[in-house]
Ligand binder design. Structure first.
Ligand SMILES: Nc1nc2c(c(=O)[nH]1)N[C@H]1C(S)=C(S)[C@@H](COP(=O)(O)O)O[C@H]1N2
Ligand SMILES: [Mo]
Length: 169
């Protein structure tokens, strides 16, 4: 993946929360080089395929719908490309990644999950489902954590921002 040219102004180009037309995802926070990616740019990056699954809510256990195979870009790949900013040795062990949707819905990952467990191998930003490109109207780009027990909470429609934070204790 190459720097997008939007990188230096990632924060400035992040779409406002109520923008229904933008598909730009920004990656900011404790990274060496902030980035942003449009849906079209995501489609150009190396991708992985997820397994089909049943979308099911954690809170209610409600079955929502079956979902076909997503294709998308690994979240940890984007973060690796941006580079983690470590001020102190071991900072990365206290890092969390917050994924925020246009409607304000947000979920977290830890550095450990993404880089030191198999969850990271299946946490992706999907732009295709069942061989068909996903449009904004379909909820794209969708952040999906394919190794979760109940998939709905970390199935984030209309992903807008990824923020890396080193937690202070
Ligand atoms: N952007 C966004 N994505 C989201 C949510 C949300 O409120 N906003 N809710 C999550 C939860 S808790 C559930 S159960 C499912 C609901 O999926 P549905 O809206 O397609 O029925 O979406 C998940 N992804
Ligand atoms: Mo849910």
């Amino acid at each position: 993946m190459t720097t997008t040219g939007l990188a230096d102004t990632a924060a400035a180009t992040a779409a406002p929360a109520n923008d229904t037309t933008s598909s730009i995802v920004s990656l900011t926070g404790d990274v060496v080089s902030a980035q942003s990616f449009s849906l079209d740019q995501l489609r150009q990056l190396p991708s992985v395929l997820a397994q089909p699954f049943d979308l099911r809510c954690f809170t209610t256990n409600r079955f929502i719908r079956p979902v076909g195979r997503y294709r998308g870009v690994l979240l940890k790949g984007l973060i690796t490309e941006a580079g983690l900013r470590c001020e102190e040795p071991g900072d990365f062990k206290r890092m969390i990644v917050i994924a925020v949707a246009h409607d304000g819905y947000a979920v977290t990952f830890s550095w450990h999950e993404l880089f030191n467990t198999s969850i990271g191998e299946q946490a992706l930003i999907a732009h295709e489902c069942g061989g068909q490109p996903l449009a904004i109207e379909d909820g794209a780009p969708i952040l999906f954590s394919g190794a979760d027990t109940l998939p709905a909470p970390r199935h984030v429609k209309r992903l807008a921002r990824i923020i890396v934070r080193t937690v202070q204790v």
